[in-house]
Design a protein around this ligand. Structure first.
Ligand code: ASP
Length: 319
């Protein structure tokens, strides 16, 4: 039984959902991360009522999520762990920018012991837009937290519920900007009712959190970069990264994990020099199917940016 209380904590991290523009009709010339999370919640009619008056707000950060960094992730993971351990907390909602939402979702999936729901939500239109999408997304996120049996790290946007494992931003402008690709959404939120078509995501044991707690005051997490294989590829960039001290490299490969020969030679040199190298596909859907004898390991289905998170956490725990 995962719930023994009714409190829902909403952790604010910024994003367009908290963005403002000088003109109400301006959907692109706005500044993200301006409105406090308490103010955001207060502006949504019926939200407190839906949560039975048990909604609490906490501002963890106030950033445009394009600038998401290790420091915010560390703070967010520790605050999530703190609230999830509280028997009076039913679940968490996290307001977040859309740009790196999928990375934060995967990071939290990997580090938290989640037997309660942790729902990230966002907006493609600022709070000052003529038709902001944030308020409905917040209502839907709370509805998911309240859904019977809800567990795991998820994202809710445009009426869809996505698992952290598969969610991906696929559009820079339209309100319906997220997909789970081949996997499809977990379900939909319709008039406050969650229609689930897949099981709730299974959470992790929270082992990685120990490494984050221990490293809570250390200067830097391991340096992991994503490099892209493309026509006209070269190895010089990778050689420079290795000289500069990079510890992990994810290569966003063409097709089924193939890499331009010049780049591949440099990546093999990097691996030989002790840098961890992982292959993911740059294709929007599907995953690399490994073959016997592959010289570079694959990301086991993770997209390049999520593979970077996984490699970062691996290195962090190996430290
Ligand atoms: N740049 C914004 C962010 O990710 C975009 C958004 O939230 O839609 O914070």
């Amino acid at each position: 039984m995962q719930v023994s209380g009714q409190k829902i904590v909403v952790l604010g991290t910024g994003g367009t959902i908290a963005g403002t523009s000088a003109q109400a009709g301006d959907n692109i010339g706005y500044t993200a991360a301006q409105v406090g999370v308490a103010q955001l919640l207060a502006a949504v009619p019926g939200l407190q009522a839906l949560a039975g008056g048990m909604l609490e707000a906490e501002q963890v950060a106030q950033v445009d999520s394009k600038d998401m960094d290790d420091g915010v992730w560390r703070a967010l993971a520790l605050r999530c762990a703190h609230h999830l351990a509280d028997p009076d907390v039913r679940g968490l909602v996290i307001t977040h920018g859309t740009d790196t939402l999928e990375e934060t979702a995967w990071f939290l999936h990997e580090v938290l012991d989640v037997s309660k729901p942790v729902v990230l939500t966002c907006a493609m239109r600022p709070a000052t837009a003529l038709t902001p999408d944030g308020p409905q997304n917040l209502l839907d996120a709370v509805a998911v937290v309240l859904a019977p049996g809800a567990t795991g790290v998820m994202a809710v946007a445009a009426g869809e519920v996505h698992a952290a494992r598969y969610v991906q931003k696929v559009h820079p402008y339209r309100v319906h900007a997220f997909t789970s690709g081949d996997a499809g959404p977990l379900g939909w939120v319709e008039e406050g009712h969650v229609r689930l078509v897949q099981n709730w995501p299974v959470g992790q044991t929270g082992q990685a959190l120990g490494a984050i707690k221990e490293g809570a005051f250390s200067a830097d997490w391991p340096w992991v970069e994503v490099v892209l294989s493309h026509a006209g590829g070269q190895g010089r960039g990778v050689d420079a990264l290795v000289r500069a001290g990079v510890q992990g490299l994810v290569v966003a490969c063409t097709g089924n994990g193939t890499i331009h020969q010049a780049l591949e030679a440099a990546l093999l040199r990097a691996q030989e020099a002790g840098v961890r190298v992982v292959r993911a596909t740059r294709c929007a859907e599907g995953q690399v199917l490994p073959k016997p004898g592959d010289a570079l390991p694959d990301s086991q289905g993770l997209s390049p940016v999520k593979a970077r998170v996984a490699l970062l956490l691996d290195l962090l725990q190996a430290d």
